[in-house]
Design a protein around this ligand. Structure first.
Ligand SMILES: NC(=O)c1ccc[n+]([C@@H]2O[C@H](COP(=O)([O-])OP(=O)(O)OC[C@H]3O[C@@H](n4cnc5c(N)ncnc54)[C@H](OP(=O)(O)O)[C@@H]3O)[C@@H](O)[C@H]2O)c1
Length: 326
């Protein structure tokens, strides 16, 4: 198949690119070309997707079996895609987010029928609006869309914590400094390695069972945040000094960090993956967190330039800790 990824060199889309190439698809990327494509054979189209004329010019004369937009966040982004790709693709996949689900969930296991409602986090509200727009297009004219909701998904260049993706909290652990964990650390959470996500995601490309449908794709391993943090410490070879702080206090002190807690990470997130497993027979996540996080730590430790600390996050954590202790 001929596939276009808008993005393609990111945290999730890199693994999807590698997997699509491995399966023998022709893979195009549309991005600004700031990062090298993973793997030989990617056909790169250089354009800024936020400049619709530039993007339309880049794909002029091309058609695709599937186009997946990894970087659409608001309805205006989806509207622009609809204009650019109308009549040019057999399927359009929108990468949404499992943070759209109503939490705390009324049933402790989340399925695709769990209502989408998250007024705490603008990011999730916007993803819901994008989904609704695409559903309308499917209902009105059978626009062949598929909505894909990743949950917390990490890759080698990503150490997942409640607040960050990079090395900031890991560096604090290595330095013996305290880190913040929301609540009592016992809420249950699902992490998915991007290589596992990619196996399921590529199975949706050109898959007629996916048209008009919504899927989440996650691993089946469920861990408490305390477990997750200690496994990060194990991979780093140093026990974390965890300070538990209630989510609402974190949100009051650092609203930006709190937004991702109150409508999301404060609560348990356990997913039923029956639907994706039915659509993509044979899909099974195989990378447990204790294995995936070691791979991430190895990647960061291989080059000091990768271990950059985010000064704003570091300062925000210090602010929360000092205020909480008072
Ligand atoms: N990771 C998670 O836990 C998680 C959970 C739920 C949902 N999601 C969703 O997953 C998606 C992120 O996918 P990802 O991790 O692969 O992406 P990502 O890491 O954010 O990567 C960004 C990609 O988009 C390209 N890009 C950025 N701005 C661009 C622009 N203006 N024009 C063209 N290309 C541009 C980048 O290349 P250039 O910089 O070279 O242009 C790069 O290829 C998002 O929609 C997010 O909401 C992620």
């Amino acid at each position: 198949m001929k596939i276009l990824f808008i993005g393609g060199t990111g945290n999730i889309s890199t693994a999807c690119t590698r997997e699509a190439l491995r399966q023998g698809h022709t893979v195009y990327h549309l991005n600004r070309g700031l990062k090298a494509a993973p793997g030989k054979g990617v056909l790169s189209l250089k354009a800024d997707i936020r400049k619709p004329a530039e993007a339309a010019k880049a794909i002029d004369g091309l058609t695709f079996d599937a186009v997946a937009d990894f970087i659409a966040f608001v309805p205006e982004h989806v509207e622009a895609d609809l204009k650019i790709f109308a009549g040019r693709t057999g399927q359009f996949l929108f990468i949404s987010s499992a943070s759209v689900y109503h939490k705390p969930a009324r049933h402790h296991v989340i399925t695709e029928s769990t209502p989408a409602f998250n007024p705490f986090w603008k990011y999730s509200e916007n993803k819901i609006a994008c989904e609704n727009l695409l559903r309308r297009k499917y209902e009105e004219r059978r626009f062949p869309m598929t909505i894909v909701r990743p949950s917390h998904t990490y890759s080698e260049a990503y150490i997942p914590t409640p607040f960050g993706v990079g090395f900031t909290e890991s560096q604090r652990i290595l330095d013996g400094r305290e880190i913040v964990l929301h609540g009592d650390g016992q809420s249950l959470w699902t992490l998915t390695h991007s290589d596992d996500f990619a196996k399921a995601f590529t199975g949706l490309l050109g898959n007629p069972r996916a048209y008009g449908e919504t899927f989440h794709i996650t691993g089946d391993e469920v861990l408490s945040w305390e477990n997750i943090t200690n496994l990060i410490g194990d991979a780093l070879g140093k026990a974390p000094r965890i300070v538990h702080v209630p989510s609402d206090i974190i949100a009051r002190l650092e609203p930006e960090l709190g937004a991702g807690l109150l409508g999301d990470k404060t609560y348990c997130a356990i997913f039923d993956n029956t639907k994706i497993k039915q659509a993509v027979p044979g899909f099974q996540a195989t990378i447990p967190f204790h294995v995936g996080v070691r791979r991430s730590v190895e990647w960061f430790m291989a080059d000091p330039r990768r271990r950059a600390v985010d000064p704003a996050l570091d300062k925000a954590l210090d602010h929360i800790l000092s205020d909480w202790k008072k």
